[in-house]
Design a protein around this ligand. Sequence first.
Ligand code: NAP
Length: 554
Amino acid sequence: MNTTLTSATEAQASRTKVDFDAIGIGAGFAGLALIHYLREAGLSVRIFDRASEVGGTWAWNCYPGAATDSESYYYCLTFSNEILQEWKWTKRYPGQQETQDYLKFVAEKCDMMPHIQLNTEITEARYLEDSGIWQVTTSTGEHYTCKYFISGMGMISEPQIPRIPGMSSFKGPLFHSSRWPRDLDYAGKRIGIIGAGATTVQMVPVLAKTAKSVTVFQRTPNYILPAMQKDMTPEWEREIKANYDAVIAKCRNHVFGMAFDSPVGRNAVDTPPEERQRIFEENWTGSFRWVFETFDDLLASPEANRMAADFIGAKMRERIKDQRIADLLIPTFDDYPLFAKRPPLDHGYLEAYNEDHVHLVDIKNDQPIVEITETGVRTTKEHYEFDIIVLATGFKAYTGALEAFPIVGEGGVTLSDKWKAKSECVMGVCVAGFPNMFIVTGPQAPFANLPTSIEQNAIWISKCIRKMEAEGLALCRPRREAEEAWTAQTADIHGQTLMAEGHKVNSWMMGANREDKPPRVLIYFGGANFYYDALDESAAKGFPELEFSGAAAG
Ligand code: NAP
């Protein structure tokens, strides 16, 4: 490090006036959590979002059937007991509109709207080395400066658009699933969907109700778990609201950040077959609970994982009339282990294929897509005519939003440059070479119930900033050795899990779905609870992963 330059930067940082103490991008769960915790720390905060409404991913993903896969009562922010008590969820899994309404309610109730600037796209964020501050630039050329720059852009938000020849020639609407046109009338229309992941699993049963036909082009089948949607009853609501502290504690202490009971203290491989079957059956009550509340070894032991895969496959098969379709829809352990791809939750997807107007095309082994034409999709065998084509082709997870425009750190290096080969990060929250920059749920954070992780990240960030403000510090620089240590630990754990098989089946959890980058370790799989412990320990020890220096900006 150039110490002369550093001390000059610190001196300058102490004199430079900024527009806001902190600038964040993304007015979803992360943006609202940041406003709460940073405002509590006494900072001036501005959150920018290019959307026209608060909601983050829930402002964009408005495709028919969009709903949460976490259960409503713990898919929420927990900083206000008043809101937890006042807000009424209507369902086990709220739909997009209800979730977005909840976020708007939080923003209004907590008087956050004055901190949020909508309809504003950020096209560059740059660390100004001479002054030690950050400058963001909007698409209309305005500049805003801040001491702390924070991404709340979400880990599954930047669409992965496939390169299929002829895409621009299609005459009807063709769009990515997360950009569903709100006013699109699809009743009576022929809809083609490319991709068969969690999004498609949610949208097909709803589209099938009124569309003339729905045709899904599938490459890789999924282990599909039942959602088993149900209404929130007054009794259930009373019970949740009387026990919210316990619900929050369960999330904080769960490997997946969810309000599940764990560990259950038994392994599938040590359980006699009849008893195992009974436990599998009794817990087949919907959500990811089944994976975490039956046995402790389903995601660790290949033998146990195979048992789980077989059970799920048999359950899926019971619901599909045409066994040739079932063969296409059901993966086996020999294809890939359960959770090497993130399993979707189902609200009637499998039954939809029992309808004559819902079709499945195997584009992996039978008829790969050749091109998109003016009127549809041509495979190696047929031409399918459509009025609407949906690209439900997933996202550039964890890093995509951070690489979509230049985020420029020390030495003019962008995050995109830095992450060409590996997506290194310190605990998913900050990156060496990017002083005073924080990320909510960045690469190498866990994949978990997102509001839980978001809030834990926002708390760590706000504690770090509180320390800097209290001690009059200008800069924090994530240490390269801390980044290397976290990267090595994350890779080591990842290599021991069955999720490492994800690269064989294009799993976004390894960035293996991207056409522009090689697969990589993107997720800390050591358990969200242990990750939250690591964040707490870091804060308690005064953030040893960071090098602090200088006097504070004005
Ligand atoms: P996804 O799981 O990544 O699925 C994308 C699909 O598109 C896959 O079937 C993939 O096939 C296919 N695909 C990609 N590129 C293709 C190409 N060039 N040609 C043909 N097919 C192609 O994406 P997603 O369904 O949007 O879900 C992503 C994640 O978002 C989920 O796992 C979940 O974490 C989140 N999500 C959450 C919710 C919720 O919680 N409510 C709802 C929806 C999504 P391959 O599998 O062969 O690559």
